[in-house]
Design a protein around this ligand. Structure first.
Ligand SMILES: C[S@@+](CC[C@H](N)C(=O)[O-])C[C@H]1O[C@@H](n2cnc3c(N)ncnc32)[C@H](O)[C@@H]1O
Length: 224
């Protein structure tokens, strides 16, 4: 499994993307600019995953969102489009260079969307701990985990604290180019961390969950 923009020749992926993804002009502009200008464009959130997340935001009436891993801001922009006008996104990254040079100039053309997003610079584990310490546990509706894979299980645990009952977590890259299906003795640290997170979620009695073959794997968890 891989992201649709990395695998355009797969007829199933191509068909599903065509009859699933409804991008706004701003989303398309940001995706195109990232692919054109960033050598790390494969980090871009897959449009089919962002569509799925936007649908969940509508379904559960989400207002407050955690976006872990900003990059050029594609996921933050998607959540801003789906949220109501009083919605709020806390987006986290240790590096804002791609955001500033590629994503922000596009997002700033849409002040109604930009005002919903707070771009926080720093390690996401610390930032999530700060929110928990400030009494924000149980007050978020939706979380997208898409930063350093070594912290995936940490992010899941902290997001579970920060989400209300009925809140949704999407964990991206959960199949990591199918590497998790290989012999575990061959896993590198990243694959090991993703595999551990998938198994932690499966064993977690405080959520209902499903691992989907969407994008390059998406683990969906609903807080009980
Ligand atoms: C896959 S990209 C995020 C893609 C973005 N969600 C999107 O939809 O396009 C991962 C991002 O995580 C960031 N990152 C890596 N380690 C981090 C950390 N410890 N805390 C916060 N962000 C981190 C990287 O700088 C990178 O921009």
């Amino acid at each position: 499994m891989s992201k649709s923009f990395e695998n355009p020749s797969d007829p199933i992926v191509d068909y599903c993307t065509k009859v699933t993804v409804k991008q706004t002009e701003a989303e398309k502009e940001l995706e195109d600019a990232t692919i054109k200008k960033s050598s790390h464009y494969s980090m871009l959130g897959a449009p089919e995953v962002l569509q799925f997340g936007k649908n969940f935001i509508h379904l559960i009436g989400a207002k407050r969102v955690l976006d872990i891993g900003t990059f050029t801001g594609a996921s933050a922009l998607a959540w801003a489009i789906a949220l109501p006008s009083d919605g709020e996104i806390q987006s986290f990254d240790i590096n804002h260079s791609s955001l500033k040079s590629i994503g922000l100039p596009i997002i700033q053309k849409h002040p109604d969307l930009e005002k919903k997003i707070s771009f926080n610079l720093g390690p996401a584990v610390e930032k999530l701990d700060d929110l928990i310490a400030k009494g924000e546990a149980g007050k978020f509706d939706f979380a997208f985990i898409d930063a350093d894979k070594e912290n995936y299980t940490n992010y899941y645990k902290k997001c579970m604290k920060l989400l209300r009952s009925g809140g949704v977590i999407l964990v991206d890259n959960a199949l990591w180019n199918n590497d998790v299906t290989k012999d575990s003795s061959t896993f590198d640290e990243t694959t090991k961390a993703i595999d551990e997170c998938n198994k932690y979620i499966f064993a977690d009695d405080s959520s209902y969950s499903t691992l989907l073959t969407l994008g390059d794997g998406l683990h969906v968890a609903f807080k009980k």
